[in-house]
Design a binder for this molecule. Structure first.
Ligand SMILES: [Zn+2]
Length: 234
């Protein structure tokens, strides 16, 4: 199976679904990770152009720990809009090129506009990508496939309908998260926020809900024809 995980900023996939992606890989599935924004505004001191390069490299390094290739659509932070044709076309071209069997992305009600814009873009583009004569597909239509939404940051406002046991992969997930040094280390040293502990606690809480040590929670996008019997989550 081909899994396409589409997060907004470099680090969002590590927060929301790195354990699940590592599990897919271990089971022999093909996984591609995509960051839509380049994270260029995510620091108080480092200037955007320099930060963009650092964050793209941090994301690549994180993916490599699980053997996952990482792509970026390289859109600046706070410049991504769910209703912008140029962005929908970029997303459509990506989905048509990747030909996924399942897509993971942000849920539509997360804490910041970029995440919600990405969720909308993925939903809209996953349909557009199935239309062969829509120009952005380049004539290579993709199937309409199930979409699973990751937890919001902190799990606030969401109640998962599906859980993936990531107990075996929690250390790898946190290692991948810690590749995002410009975020994690900075937050710890300057804001005194231990984001590694934050993410670990969320995974432990989701684990508690489903009777395992650590889990990641998801909700299924329930629109025809994206619904299939059973689950495609590992
Ligand atoms: Zn983000």
């Amino acid at each position: 199976m081909k899994v396409l995980a589409i997060g907004c900023h470099p680090d969002d996939l590590e927060i929301g679904c790195a354990g699940t992606l590592a599990k897919y890989k271990k089971l022999g599935h093909e996984v591609t990770a995509v960051h839509v924004c380049n994270g260029n505004l995510g620091h108080v001191i480092i200037e955007p152009d320099e930060l963009r390069k650092i964050r793209i490299e941090e994301a690549r390094k994180a993916g490599s720990l699980a053997g996952i290739p990482v792509r970026t659509l390289d859109i600046g932070d706070l410049l991504v809009y769910g209703d912008k044709k140029e962005h929908r076309d970029k997303m459509t071209a990506l989905i048509a090129e990747e030909q996924p069997d399942v897509i993971i992305t942000h849920c539509p009600n997360d804490y910041m506009p970029d995440h919600n814009a990405v969720s909308q873009l993925v939903f809209d583009a996953s349909f557009a990508a199935s239309v062969p004569h829509y120009p952005a597909t380049g004539g290579k239509a993709a199937k309409v496939v199930p979409i699973y939404y990751m937890d919001t940051v902190g799990g606030v406002g969401t109640s998962p309908t599906e859980y993936v046991d990531i107990s075996e992969f929690i250390d790898l997930k946190l290692k991948m998260l810690n590749c995002h040094e410009s975020q994690i280390k900075w937050m710890l040293e300057h804001d005194h926020i231990d984001f590694t502990e934050f993410v670990k606690t969320c995974a432990a809480f989701r684990g508690l809900q489903c009777g395992v040590a650590y889990a990641e929670g998801f909700t299924k996008c329930t629109f025809w024809p994206k619904v299939v019997p059973g689950t495609l989550l590992p």
